[in-house]
Write a protein that binds this ligand. Structure first.
Ligand code: TEU
Ligand code: CA
Length: 565
């Protein structure tokens, strides 16, 4: 397989609203990012993925775009943006922008025009249908609650919105829409951006006729219609057209956000010769702690063996025929350490274990802002502290419409609300965690006095410095980038262990995903070898790991030096 720059890169995601406020209005912005570029350089990341900074009325924090070629007023100006990208490039860091083109804002001029009349030139930029039996054209649910259709008085028709009603879906069947998207991509690429993260890109092709979804959730009037818009009939055609018209003309990192993806389909999309995107974000591991067939709010404990299954299906599924991304959190997900580790007694150890897991798999690792500090979920006291449209809609539906106990619903939000990831970045122990001198748009997690970047930078044993070392190792060791992954101790309920093999080199990764102290019992072929410690989250004695007792959340990476290779 040919080697590409994004394979040995580490990507850092910035959610600008919550990263750093440069002007004291309580909202993170581009000047705030500019002030912290040295921090990113100290961490050693290669790429920044910037969540949307385009003009937006912020119904969904910038994922509802009203002008693709300008910067959101709260975040600054195009001049600030240029200063930011220059500052990144001067530090050897590339910039990936968020491309949100499944939908626009309803305040985008295209939609403002489209809704004016049935014969407007922009009407067919969106998906309009006449009422069916006096109601919605089909039974699809929006991802954020209620119907996926909104009635529009002016013309007496409904428009489709898979997300909020202020996020109408674009009609990708219309070649003019596709040409607009390619043009705006070229516009940003000419400004020097190094790639795109493509929001819900596997939802752009809908099955013609938009059939009713099967009834899965008897408690709800609206049903999940994913089978009619996920990996839809023309998706590959559209992506190949995008490759031909845009992507093939540059050397980019492209990552598609693709819920309900499969490894086989992902190989079609990311194959080094015949694919169109560098990599995808799959979501199977994000669903392991949700009760089967239920919305994400209905949590269940996840099991390590399930995590191993999913991980290995993707590791082997894309080996030599695609490329993985590796992540445990982002701006839509709970904090990794709260969800997959222990955010109490073993916070530091388990955050380092999770970092070892994501950075030692085959695939490009993604760090979400604050993950490198071991930031945790937040437990707000009441719904008035939440800001996320998905969380607010869910609370209204569950408490006001379905009559669930508010305390139970707050518990669901504590576990799964997207706002867990959106509390301000914890820079220091100063007021508001040093995020702003004003009043933050969303409350700071009260644990900022102990968990913050100033503390982490000063402590050589911190989670931050552990991430920094993992990134350095990736840059120095091709086996981390290219090694084939094979599971060891496959059925062990607490230990995840795997080898990575590339040419004459082999790594052994041993991860104790528990607060217990299990014994490592290696298979014979791994005993007949010498071991050097590459990185570990506890001090360890040199020598062989066989029959060692692991400490809570212990992570060890060994270079396996075979006696005779
Ligand atoms: O998220 C897409 C997506 O699949 C979401 O429904 C996700 O499952 C949900 O947020 C989890 O609770 C992308 C963006 O990452 C998200 O921030 C946007 O709200 C959404 O698209 C619409 O643009
Ligand atoms: Ca600001």
């Amino acid at each position: 397989m040919s080697q590409r720059w994004w394979q040995n890169s580490v990507v850092y995601q910035i959610y600008p609203r919550s990263f750093a406020d440069g002007n004291g209005d309580g909202i993170g912005d581009l000047r705030g990012i500019i002030q912290h570029l040295d921090y990113l350089q100290a961490l050693g990341v290669d790429v920044v993925w910037l969540s949307p900074v385009y003009k937006s009325p912020n119904d969904d924090n910038g994922y509802d775009i009203s002008d693709y070629r300008d910067i959101m007023t709260e975040f600054g100006t195009l001049a600030d943006w240029r200063e930011m990208i220059d500052g990144l490039h001067q530090r050897g860091i590339k910039l990936v922008m968020d491309l949100v083109v499944n939908h626009t804002s309803d305040e985008h001029p295209w939609f403002v025009e489209a809704r004016k009349s049935k014969d407007n030139a922009y009407r067919d930029y969106y998906i309009w249908r006449a009422p069916k039996d006096g109601g919605e054209p089909n039974n699809w649910a929006s991802f954020f609650g209620g119907s996926a259709w909104q009635f529009d008085e002016t013309t007496g028709e409904y428009y489709l919105h898979l997300f909020t009603k202020k996020q109408p879906d674009l009609n990708w069947e219309n070649p003019k829409v596709r040409a607009e998207v390619y043009a705006l991509m070229h516009w940003w690429l000419k400004q020097g951006v190094d790639g795109f993260r493509m929001d819900v890109i596997n939802m752009i092709s809908k099955v013609p006729g938009l059939p009713d979804a099967p009834i899965m959730d008897a408690d709800s009037r609206y049903q999940f219609g994913g089978q009619y818009f996920i990996n839809g009939p023309r998706l590959l055609e559209f992506l190949h057209e995008m490759k031909r018209e845009v992507l093939s003309k540059y050397d980019l990192l492209t990552v598609g956000e693709t819920p309900l993806m499969t490894p086989d389909y992902a190989s079609l999309v990311t194959h080094p010769d015949t694919g169109c995107l560098s990599m995808l974000f799959e979501f199977e591991h994000m669903d392991l702690d949700t009760a089967p067939g239920k919305p994400k709010w209905f949590s269940q404990p996840w099991s390590l063996c399930d995590l191993k299954d999913v991980t290995m299906r993707w590791q082997t599924g894309l080996a030599n025929r695609g490329w993985n991304s590796s992540y445990l959190t982002n701006h839509d997900q709970p904090r990794a350490v709260s969800r997959f580790g222990d955010d109490g007694e073993y916070r530091v150890q388990s955050a380092k274990l999770l970092a070892t897991f994501t950075h030692l798999l085959q695939g490009t690792p993604y760090i979400y802002q604050g993950e490198e500090l071991g930031m945790t979920n937040v437990a707000f006291d009441g719904i008035e502290d939440y800001r996320d449209v998905e969380s607010l809609n869910m609370y209204r539906e569950f408490v006001d419409e379905r009559g669930l106990d508010p305390q139970i619903v707050l518990g669901m939000l504590h576990a799964k609300s997207r706002d867990n990831a959106r509390t301000p970045m914890q820079w220091s122990a100063a007021a508001h965690a040093g995020f702003t001198t004003g009043t933050p748009w969303i409350k700071v997690n009260p644990n900022y006095t102990a968990i913050n970047a100033a503390q982490a930078l000063a402590d050589p044993d911190s989670i931050f410095h552990y991430y920094r070392r993992l990134i350095e190792l990736r840059h120095a060791q091709p086996v981390i980038v290219h090694g084939v992954t094979e599971l060891v101790l496959a059925d062990h309920p607490q230990i995840m262990a795997f080898t990575r093999t590339w040419q004459a080199e082999r790594l052994l990764v041993i991860l104790n995903f528990s607060r217990e102290t299990p014994l490592v019992d290696l298979p014979a072929d791994l005993i007949e070898a010498d071991y050097e410690v590459m990185i570990a989250n506890y001090p360890i004695d040199p020598g062989h790991p066989h029959r060692s007792i692991l400490r809570p959340y212990e992570a060890r990476v060994y270079l396996v030096v075979r006696h005779r290779l």
